[in-house]
Design a binder for this molecule. Structure first.
Ligand code: NDP
Length: 253
């Protein structure tokens, strides 16, 4: 049965849209105070208003987590303003698809900087607080949920560097899971299939069109479908660790 998150604090990166915004609403609904991290402050402010109007507690933190200092500051501000840190949804990411041959390597930098380095910086800064929460927090357990993808399980033509970043997230998560399992910090991986968000809006036009065509005939997942899985992971009793959740739209092959 789901446990309540009252008295706990959750930090969500990439909370200004898509999966992160949905997860923020859902975790706030389960009773967590939520710290919303992304670059678009206006979006975060709107979400804070919405969550607070529904009776929740939320804080907007404008931060680009590709900078180690900024990622660390976002974590430290969360702890100083909301008092603690029990849950991290390490979710900010970018997907820039296309062939390796002739690729604009600036796109590779953006994916590695955010999907890998940004995720690492947030995890590194958060870990001492999560270990403390697991020791003396209201639930005796803490959660780090990292967002990977179906692309972290299966490589495809045209997705090489995105695959590389998401396979990396999986490897890092499994190693860290083993490192901290005995101290009641659960490290989990959520692996969505195609979700109807802004993610594809960053693709080059011809690639965006190909991607749109590939999924035109299937009913995509909604962000709330992934938020549900995140809530399931973090509301389990202390003895239960959901290590990995792979969620595809029913029709996605
Ligand atoms: P969105 O584009 O809607 O969300 C991405 C989020 O990341 C935004 O809130 C964006 O906010 C934030 N972000 C981008 N750059 C930075 C940065 N430098 N620092 C901090 N935040 C940043 O896409 P999704 O919700 O779909 O993506 C969320 C995660 O889910 C990603 O990791 C993605 O790889 C993964 N995923 C998505 C799938 C899909 O089909 N949609 C499938 C599988 C995995 P802002 O621009 O305001 O900074």
């Amino acid at each position: 049965m789901a446990e309540r998150l009252d008295g706990t604090v959750a930090l969500i990166t990439g909370a200004s849209s898509g999966i992160g915004a949905a997860a923020a609403r859902t975790l706030a609904g389960h009773g967590a105070a939520v710290s919303l991290v992304a670059r678009r402050k206006d979006r975060l402010d709107e979400l804070v208003e919405e969550i607070e109007a529904a009776g929740g507690k939320a804080l907007a933190i404008e931060a680009d987590v590709t900078g180690q200092d900024r990622a660390r500051n976002a974590v430290e501000r969360t702890v100083s303003e909301l008092g603690r840190l029990d849950t991290v949804f390490n979710n900010a990411g970018v997907m820039l698809l296309g062939p390796v041959e002739g690729a604009p390597t600036e796109e590779w930098d953006r994916m590695v900087d955010l999907n890998v380095k940004g995720l690492l910086y947030v995890a590194h800064a958060a870990l001492p607080h999560l270990l403390r929460a697991a020791e003396d927090g209201p639930r005796g357990v803490a959660d780090l949920v990292n967002t990977s993808s179906v692309a972290g399980r299966r490589a495809r033509v045209g997705s090489a560097v995105y695959n590389l970043t998401k396979f990396g997230v999986g490897a890092f998560s499994e190693s860290l899971r083993q490192e901290v399992a005995g101290r009641h910090v659960r490290v989990s991986l959520v692996e969505p299939g195609v979700v109807d968000t802004e993610l594809q809006s960053h693709l080059r036009e011809e690639i965006r069109e190909q991607t749109r065509e590939r999924f035109a005939k299937i009913e995509m997942l909604q962000s709330e479908d992934i938020a549900d899985a995140v809530a399931y992971i973090v509301t389990r009793p202390r003895r239960v660790a959901i290590n990995e959740v792979l969620i595809r739209p029913t029709e996605q092959a």
